[in-house]
Write a protein that binds this ligand. Structure first.
Ligand code: GLC
Length: 530
């Protein structure tokens, strides 16, 4: 009765950075195909691949110029078919990125739309007359800096873009846009895709009265990107978005066993609305809370509690520790706690998403200014908003370019790649990779960890502890988020247990006594005797 996407683990591949097969320094589909054995041996269930579509690459594929083709830099349709076949042969699912909020300004739809005010596609995008002073129609800001409106000389109107000027927003109030974009979903599902991660889902609908966004009272000028100076009341999370999502879901439900995942940066109480009334929204509204919460035991325990409590009946939870838009977990919490974080991610109730390279302990890589590629960094420099540091090449081996490419990599390879890489870590029993493999294996072996109930245990200080229970099986997870050792008595929980995995990877699979002792920065999974 549980779906594959409930039991399974997602693995995000940023295709430019995973494996290059043709020496141009940019990862591609053949590269991913060549590394499918690795993905399967890691123990994940589904690959989510960031956009592969033809694109001017101003936002590295999130500026789509054709939703139903493959960009030559990534390969051909044959390569795509080889990926689907290779994945299926290994029991792996493939989830594609679907980018509905905007297109590239080079998309033929936008070229037609901007050609004249009477174009049949004029209303496919969001056009507005200038304000009386000739300026933008209102105060809406782009997430990548500056006004969200760009003036089009030829037709004398402004068009709206939540992100770059080169990414005009589609008008989802237009039924023709909806139909065309629904067909995109069908196109890929017919070609064997198991589902979609929907980009910028909470932004699809904007206020139809174009009201100004209110200022954000807590904005810290010079410390945060400019768009944080407003509360996005009229540009995000609009009530009508849920009707649009229900339609997307209906299309996805025309096919068996597919998953719809939404990129939604909202607080828990808003996020859960995206499951939809009667669960006809997305299956998994991405839960990004671990990306934003302070790494303190009490905040984490409280977060899990609030999330579990807020979920609608039947709404399946999910957790994300990293993605291509945020700092890597090893940089956010340090290398020791990154191990504890891995255990947390893979033992919480709900579908986990891993970000490529986190399983090696990869950190953010400092990018010299001259090599910066991310348009966010270029438009809003000096605040550390750039996403290049978390998008550097996957580290396969100790060679100069980490086995990623024979050419010049599009972003620098990390300086630690000679020690942190798949080849070296596969030989090292206590490596981060060994830990991830052990965690994924134990999660698969113990249904309690994937589909079991979640029961928190009251803790203090630096400890987070909970039980996962399925039928007669109970698994205890205890995490030490601090630098001092702690002991936890099993009295009142169980007579004894067996230590399955420690994040230190030096004492797995041993009988635990009546106490669980934790070293600094250690997490353990204990199978309790009944
Ligand atoms: C999403 C993507 C991000 C991209 C943006 C605009 O947030 O994850 O990488 O820049 O949408 O498409």
């Amino acid at each position: 009765m549980f779906k594959w996407w409930q039991r399974g683990v997602l693995y995000e591949i940023y295709p430019r950075s995973f494996q290059d097969s043709n020496g141009d320094g940019i990862g591609d589909l053949r590269g991913i195909v060549d590394r499918l054995d690795y993905c399967a041996s890691l123990g994940v269930d589904a690959l989510w691949i960031a956009p592969l579509y033809p694109s001017p690459m101003v936002d590295f594929g999130y500026d789509v110029a054709d939703h139903t083709a493959i960009d030559p830099v990534f390969g051909t349709f044959e390569d795509f078919e080889a990926l689907i076949a290779g994945a299926k042969a290994r029991g792996l699912r493939v989830v594609l990125d679907y980018v509905p909020n905007h297109t590239s300004d080079r998309h033929p739809w936008f070229e037609e739309s901007r050609a004249s005010r009477t174009s049949v596609r004029r209303d496919w995008y969001i056009w507005h007359d200038p304000a009386p002073d000739g300026g933008p129609p209102n105060n809406w800001l782009s997430q990548f800096g500056g006004s969200a409106w760009t003036f089009d000389e030829r037709t004398g109107q402004y068009y709206y873009h939540a992100f770059l000027e080169a990414q005009p927003d589609l008008n989802w109030r237009n039924p023709d846009v909806q139909r065309a974009m629904h067909d995109v979903l069908r196109f890929w599902m017919r070609r064997g895709v198991d589902g979609f991660r929907v980009d910028a889902l909470w932004l699809l609908i904007k206020d139809d009265r174009f009201r100004d966004n209110p200022p954000h009272p807590a904005y810290r000028l010079g410390e945060e990107p400019p768009h944080h100076s407003q509360i996005p009341l009229y540009t995000a999370d609009r009530p009508e978005v849920h009707d649009v999502i229900a339609e997307l879901r209906r299309v996805v439900d025309e096919f068996d066993d597919r998953v719809l995942i939404g990129e939604i940066y909202l607080p828990i109480e808003r996020l859960i609305a995206y499951y939809g009334a009667d669960l006809e929204g997305v299956h998994l509204p991405f839960n990004f809370q671990l990306l934003q919460t302070q790494w303190h035991a009490r905040s984490i325990a409280d977060l899990i509690h609030r999330y579990e409590r807020a979920l609608p009946p039947g709404g399946w939870p999910n957790w994300v520790l990293g993605n291509h838009d945020v700092s890597r977990i090893a940089t956010r919490v340090g290398p020791l706690q990154a191990r504890v974080a891995a255990m947390l991610l893979l033992t919480l109730r709900g579908t986990p998403t891993l970000y490529y390279g986190d399983e090696l302990g990869m950190s953010n890589v400092e990018i010299p200014r001259a090599r910066a590629r991310d348009p966010f960094e270029k438009n809003v420099p000096g605040l550390g908003v750039g996403r290049d540091p978390a998008r550097t090449p996957m580290q396969w081996d100790a060679s100069e370019r980490a086995g990623f490419t024979s050419g010049e990599p599009w972003l620098p390879v990390a300086p630690d790649s000679s020690v942190l890489n798949v080849q070296v870590e596969s030989e090292e029993p206590t490596s981060m990779l060994a830990l991830y493999r052990a965690l994924l294996k134990v999660r698969r072996a113990q249904p309690a960890l994937s589909i079991g109930r979640y029961e928190p245990l009251a803790m203090q200080g630096d400890l987070v502890a909970f039980l996962r229970c399925y039928e007669n099986e109970r698994v205890l997870v205890v995490l030490n988020l601090g630098g001092d050792p702690h002991a936890l008595s099993l009295a009142g929980i169980a007579r004894s247990g067996r230590l399955l995995v420690s994040t230190h990877m030096d004492c797995n699979d041993i009988a635990a006594t009546s106490d669980v002792s934790l070293r600094a920065d250690e997490g353990v999974i204990v199978k309790l005797d009944s």
